[in-house]
Design a protein around this ligand. Structure first.
Ligand SMILES: [Zn+2]
Length: 257
């Protein structure tokens, strides 16, 4: 989007609370309005991420998901309505985000991210937010983001909590430093998930994406934030690059913050 859209009175008013932040201001809003963010997964994490990024002023969002809305989604996917069941998630979320923030350019891609299509899609964005629940897709996404030098906000939610980390454009450390191969999926349909856990994790992911786009604050790079809403605790642990990692082996020392 052309950042000059900020001159329109309605957009100024809508984004006034973001603009008032000391770290944002008019210059920050122009940066956000000129930014493109890719949200992969339009479920429990994708909803808060898409809504908060649009509300923060990100000018272009691409929403990607190949699933249709089901009634079991409604405990956590807050922008879907009962009558949306059976409709494509990406298209419905696009419609809702447009209704919230009509000035944002929102694209919907009703498809799955694969090895074949990932590079073209990821490379067209300034930040990628991983809102999927499938470990294999998470690995395709992070490998592609590293190849395209696009920073990635990684997150996951299950049961009463979840985790967030940011993989910078240069990697070090990355998901393959934590796991050799995608770990077995722990699916929400088996383990359960509290809607509020998705909301909490998704909100943190949205804030991380805004920080990355603006270059402000201390992103969760080389750190893993774990939220446990049942215990009422948060934990931040350092992550390190691993000797055997195909991306980060050359720099297998404690990673920079
Ligand atoms: Zn690595």
């Amino acid at each position: 989007m052309d950042p000059s859209v900020l001159e329109q009175g309605g957009v100024q008013r809508r984004l006034a609370r973001t603009r008032a932040l000391a770290e944002v201001g008019v210059a920050g809003l122009r940066t956000l309005l000129g930014s493109r963010a890719l949200v992969v997964g339009c479920g429990g994490l994708g909803h808060p991420v898409a809504a908060y990024l649009a509300g923060a002023g990100v000018g272009h969002l691409t929403l990607m998901d190949d699933d249709d809305v089901e009634e079991t989604n409604l405990n956590r996917q807050l922008l879907f309505h009962t009558q949306d069941a059976g409709r494509p998630k990406a298209a419905v979320l696009q419609e809702r985000v447009r209704a919230l923030q009509p000035h944002v350019a929102v694209a919907a891609m009703e498809m799955r991210l694969t090895e074949r299509n990932a590079r073209g899609i990821v490379g067209a964005h300034r930040v990628v937010v991983d809102c999927t629940d499938d470990p294999a897709t998470k690995f395709i996404l992070q490998d592609t983001a590293l190849r395209c030098a696009v920073p990635l906000v990684h997150g996951g939610a299950v049961r009463w909590g979840g985790q967030v980390t940011v993989i910078p454009a240069g990697g070090r450390p990355c998901l393959r430093c934590l796991f050799d191969e995608p770990p077995p999926a722990e699916r929400c349909q088996d383990a359960g998930v509290l809607g509020a856990a998705c909301g909490a994790v998704g909100a943190v992911m949205a804030a991380e994406a805004v920080k990355v786009l603006l270059g402000v604050g201390q992103p969760l790079t080389a750190r893993l934030l774990t939220l446990d809403l049942l215990a009422g605790t948060t934990r931040v642990q350092p992550l390190y690059a691993r000797q055997g990692c195909p991306h980060c082996a050359a720099a297998a020392t404690p990673a920079r913050r």
